[in-house]
Design a protein around this ligand. Structure first.
Ligand code: ATP
Ligand code: MG
Length: 339
């Protein structure tokens, strides 16, 4: 493996609003498992960002810092290869956010399509927390503080990366050199897994998720509750594959060559939803059983998990402070430091 300093930097993160789910697995975690082999990878437990729409329940956000860390370890994130760190314990990120606020307009933030959608989903009107409207700026701080070149994300995050690159370009233009690299998004082949309701993106906040820690009974109940084709009333009826959540999940998680035959059979008629759901249930049970077991094993070692997160945060603190110092110097801000 190339030396750490020459390996390209990857930054991703997850809001600590709840345990990670299947959408995270296909949208981002699978890529992270590959990337940790030959990249310098940083995983941010985004508790400060999670507070932007959960100011009334900070205890939940704190609790989920460890839950998400457990999910990382359970899927195979290796703390020897990836750095796991806590966003709110990195003051340089908060300071960069504050500085970057001056390089973005309110109207630009209001035009962000993901934020717009999330505002509707959360029912915010004039009561929207200022932090929530500005969270893309804090994501720009996260990405640039690590000088990340690559960000493996779900589709919903593309506007954030665009926003981050815009801010980086503005600052670079201002200081006359490429101080902050622009980041590329890495979207997996399933960039947006729908929730079990089939309507919107699977998300922790929408109550439509299958968590990676789900019990066998919870997995089966979620599969049973999934929408198929409302027009497929009798087994003999021809069924629709497009927009059928069970097929969307089979495409994402099963991927066997005979799926094409299964789809053709369903379209023709004569294939019942029960058979389909049984197959999906078996596939998800097989995927999640080892993750659940590893998670339970790590949960019995709270000191180890805490040490991983503490050590990762200490490493991230050095790097992010360096970037903050560079940005402050480039902007010509006053400093009493040794420099
Ligand atoms: P919240 O509802 O609190 O926003 P979330 O479920 O949307 O939580 P995030 O922590 O916001 O999860 O997202 C972390 C990462 O996982 C992002 O890169 C995001 O794009 C990706 N991701 C989240 N949900 C999905 C999904 N359903 N399909 C694909 N990728 C997803
Ligand atoms: Mg989200």
């Amino acid at each position: 493996m190339p030396k750490a300093a020459t390996r390209p930097v990857v930054l991703t993160g997850d809001r600590t609003t709840g345990s990670l789910h299947l959408g995270h697995y296909v949208g981002s975690l699978k890529s992270r498992l590959v990337l940790q082999e030959d990249h310098r990878q940083f995983l941010l437990l985004a508790d400060a960002q999670a507070l932007t729409d959960n100011g009334d329940d900070p205890a939940r956000i704190r609790r989920n810092v460890i839950e998400v860390a457990l999910d990382y370890l359970a899927v195979g994130i290796d703390p020897e290869k990836s750095v796991i760190c806590v966003q709110s314990c990195l003051p340089a990120l908060a300071e960069l956010t504050m500085l970057y606020m001056n390089f973005v307009t309110v109207s630009r933030l209001e035009r962000n399509p993901t934020v717009k959608q999330e505002i509707v989903q959360r029912g915010f009107q004039r009561d929207i927390p200022a932090g929530f409207l500005c969270y893309p700026v804090s994501q720009a701080a996260d990405i640039t503080a690590f000088k990340a070149g690559l960000v493996p994300v779900g589709e919903d995050q593309l506007p954030m990366i665009e926003q981050s690159n815009e801010i980086a370009r503005r600052i670079n233009r201002h200081v006359g050199r490429e101080l902050l690299p622009e980041a590329g998004a890495l979207v997996s082949c399933v960039g947006r897994l729908p929730g079990i309701d089939g309507r919107s993106k699977m998300s922790k906040s929408a109550g439509n998720a299958i968590p990676l820690s789900a019990t066998p009974a919870e997995i089966s109940a979620a599969v049973q509750a999934m929408f198929t084709d409302p027009g497929h009333l009798r087994v003999s009826d021809p069924g629709r594959v497009e927009g059928n959540v069970v097929f969307t999940y089979l495409d994402a998680f099963d991927g066997s060559p005979d799926l094409a035959d299964l789809k053709a059979h369903y379209r023709r008629g004569g294939l019942g939803d029960t058979v389909l759901k049984k197959r999906l249930d078996a596939c998800l049970q097989a995927l999640l059983a080892p993750i659940r077991e590893r998670r339970a094993a790590f949960a019995k070692q709270p000191d180890f998990v805490m040490d991983v997160v503490r050590a990762g945060t200490a490493r991230a603190a050095v790097l992010t402070q360096q970037t903050l110092d560079e940005v402050r110097a480039a902007l010509g801000l006053f400093s009493f430091g040794g420099g």
